[in-house]
Design a protein around this ligand. Structure first.
Ligand code: HOZ
Length: 429
């Protein structure tokens, strides 16, 4: 595979941007080699600047659930573009997307649009504290809620990928209010509540973890958190930036039947444009300015292009059979991956739900981040390179979930599984 143009561009980028990138994980640091520089994307594919084509299981880290640049999404964007790129004033498109989100997501009666998942989580944290009058928050090891100060404690995603200690620049006084527990461990949460009476504003989590690989909630875990938060006068917050409209149309909360007090969203609801959102009951959301005193604002929030792409994406997703198709595609892919690793004698464990999957190159089970760390990251790096050589683009980290889309055809899955079979055979030597 010739990647000379990618290499030249990435080398030049080193002097222009820290690490040559705009976001850390994409720099390939944990898998070795140089990143592929993308030129264009369409459906399930990405093409690099050297003209190589890849079947893509990153999907821009989640938004591309209908496939990249879906023709209906791009057509509505072209139409919207004629009316301008940013209003900084109310627009009807916000009402439409808000109605769609409220209809779909059980916990959301009112929503505020922002520009990224990080921004949504940052704002929800302030809202948790404003509503309860308490400063502390419980998060789980390996869960990632963006890069706001209070969340950079035992975080997943790039922090886990690069094995970084908690970030310099984050004041100790800030993180003193962040309490952590292992995911899937209700007893640990119970203890934190007992040790900090009337001080914890709430519990925030990825209801299915996608930033520490892919970890699913054990039966009773989400239900248990719902009870514990209620008992302790604290809020339950689901960060559904990854899982929203992906684990099901109503997110993980609809799929698992547990309704949090607040929810954050991003990725899919922007159809590939920068977006985020947070929402909950009318009572809690009425705290947000200008309805209430909790301040939060944004010049580009509710951007008409982002709203347009989000609306069209949700319209495509709510068609009959969509999630059945996503589930079947992902299941076939995931089971094939497990089988080919086993055929090569490589230990593997993992899971898939709807349009998300993940695997660890170790014996299972993986129920929390500590157990996830048993994965063989060196072997994963080799696998990543072998798959790339065969035209398959996996997340360049052993600690990021994989994403499928409606555009991945049976042929794409078969070609991917052939690549896995060959790659596992190659790397076990
Ligand atoms: N935080 C995202 C992954 N969970 C984005 C990573 C990237 O774009 O580098």
């Amino acid at each position: 595979m010739n990647t000379s143009l990618s290499q030249n561009i990435f080398s030049a980028a080193q002097a222009l941007m820290p690490g040559g990138v705009s976001s850390p994980v994409r720099a390939f640091k944990s898998v070795g080699g140089q990143p592929i520089v993308f030129d264009r994307v369409k459906g399930p594919y990405a093409w690099d600047v050297d003209g190589n084509r890849f079947i893509d299981y990153v999907g821009s880290w989640g938004p591309a659930i209908c496939g990249h640049a879906h023709p209906e999404v791009t057509a509505s964007l072209q139409e919207a573009l004629e009316k301008g790129t940013s209003f900084g004033a109310p627009c009807q498109l916000e009402n439409k997307l808000a109605e769609m989100v409220i209809d779909a997501v059980p916990s959301v009666e009112m929503v505020r649009f922002v520009n990224s998942g990080t921004e949504a989580c940052m704002a929800v944290l302030r809202l948790m504290r404003a509503y309860t009058g308490r400063d502390k928050v419980i998060k789980f090891e390996g869960c990632y809620h963006g890069h706001a100060d209070m969340f950079l404690v035992k975080a997943g995603s790039g922090v886990a990928t690069l094995g970084l200690p908690d970030s310099p620049g984050v004041p100790r006084s800030t993180t003193a209010n962040t309490l952590t527990a292992p995911y899937n461990d209700l007893e640990a949460v119970k203890e934190l509540f007992a040790e900090n009476p009337d001080a914890i504003s709430g519990v925030i989590l990825e209801p299915v973890v996608g930033n520490a690989g892919f970890i699913t909630p054990e039966p009773g875990f989400l239900e248990g958190l719902r009870e514990l938060t209620k008992e302790n006068g604290a809020l339950l917050v689901f960060d559904e930036v990854m899982t929203g409209f992906r684990i099901s149309y109503g997110g993980a909360q609809a799929r698992f039947g547990v309704t949090p007090d607040l929810t954050t969203l991003g990725k899919v609801i922007g159809g590939g444009l920068p977006v985020g959102a947070y929402g909950g009951s009318t009572e809690i959301m009425s705290m947000v300015a200008p309805a209430g005193p909790m301040y939060q604002a944004g010049t580009l929030s509710g951007n008409p292009l982002a709203m347009t792409a989000g609306i069209k994406t949700l319209e495509l997703l709510r068609q009959d059979g969509t999630y059945e198709k996503l589930e079947a595609t992902t299941k076939k892919l995931f089971e094939g991956i497990l089988q080919s690793a086993k055929d090569s004698g490589i230990p593997i464990t993992g899971s898939s739900i709807s349009a998300m999957f993940g695997f660890y190159l170790c014996e299972g089970p993986v129920r929390n981040f500590e157990e996830a760390k048993a994965t063989n990251t060196e072997l994963f790096g080799k696998l990543h390179r072998a798959m790339l050589e065969r035209g398959v683009y996996l997340a360049p980290s052993a600690f990021e979930a994989g994403f499928t889309s409606l555009a991945h055809s049976e042929d794409d899955i078969n070609a991917t599984l052939k690549a896995f079979q060959e790659s596992f055979a190659e790397i076990q030597k």
